[in-house]
Design a protein around this ligand. Sequence first.
Ligand SMILES: [Zn+2]
Length: 310
Amino acid sequence: VALCVGDDGGRILAARRRPTEPSGDPVRDVARLAEDARALVAEAGLTLDAIDGVGVSLPGPLDPKAQRVVNPPNLPGWRDVPVRERLGEAIGRPVFLENDANAAALAEWRFGAGRGFESLVYLTLSTGLGGGIVHGGRLLRGRTWSAGEVGHLPLEWNGEPCACGLRGCAEAYLGGRAWARRLAHVTPRDSRVAALAGGRDAATPVHVVAAAREGDAFALAELDRWNDHLARVIAILAMSLDPEAVILGTIAAAAGEELVLAPVRERVRAHVWPRVADGLAIVPAALGERQPYYAGLCAALAGFGVLDEA
Ligand SMILES: [Zn+2]
């Protein structure tokens, strides 16, 4: 859990981070969040009266009308929790929820790698594959608030099973958790990746990137496969949205220019119209470890409607 007190100019006045430690009882979890928030406001030298609102960035899916959490996979016991209502009662300020990928997209747009663009797609590329789309100066939500869920674009019919229940979703190839599951099967036991991980069962994308940096052939082949799926997703987004920028999160940002960004750009260019590829920025996210703070801040700013461009 990352909490901060900030303002609409992106100034962070106080911030703290703690392990999520869900108790299994959402009432207790929300009460603890409210307690943390009060303490942090005091730490910033403010009182709650000075706080306009509270933004919460959390794993989707969210119920759009009621602003409830539907069923977040990493918060056991949190089913249909009316977070907005509960937290609002506990803190006494307006509360706005946003799914974490959308909130991260807003954060990169306003305060990170997306500054100055009117249309962009942000891809989280961490344990899963989340996405957020800013188009025409505002966040695209869609009819059921599922716009931007690019992790579930069907890349292969009857492909790898996805945590969402479908098969062949982009996340089943590009999400860090899915990749680690694959690595446990395909990594040669005597490979550099297995050595770095202390056994192939513990291999993650971090070890693949590290081994690829050393020129390891297996790691480079794994990255090549990953880049290929990523380029397909970006090509689909480029031809459907014609954005100014595609901003890539954790794994791509950590792997960097040579291993991911340059080969992905080249592959996208080969599969979309030149006029769409020309000038399309494919760049790493810029906020790094601070992104969760800005994501929460942007959830509040979006709630007040101050992020949309006139
Ligand atoms: Zn899926």
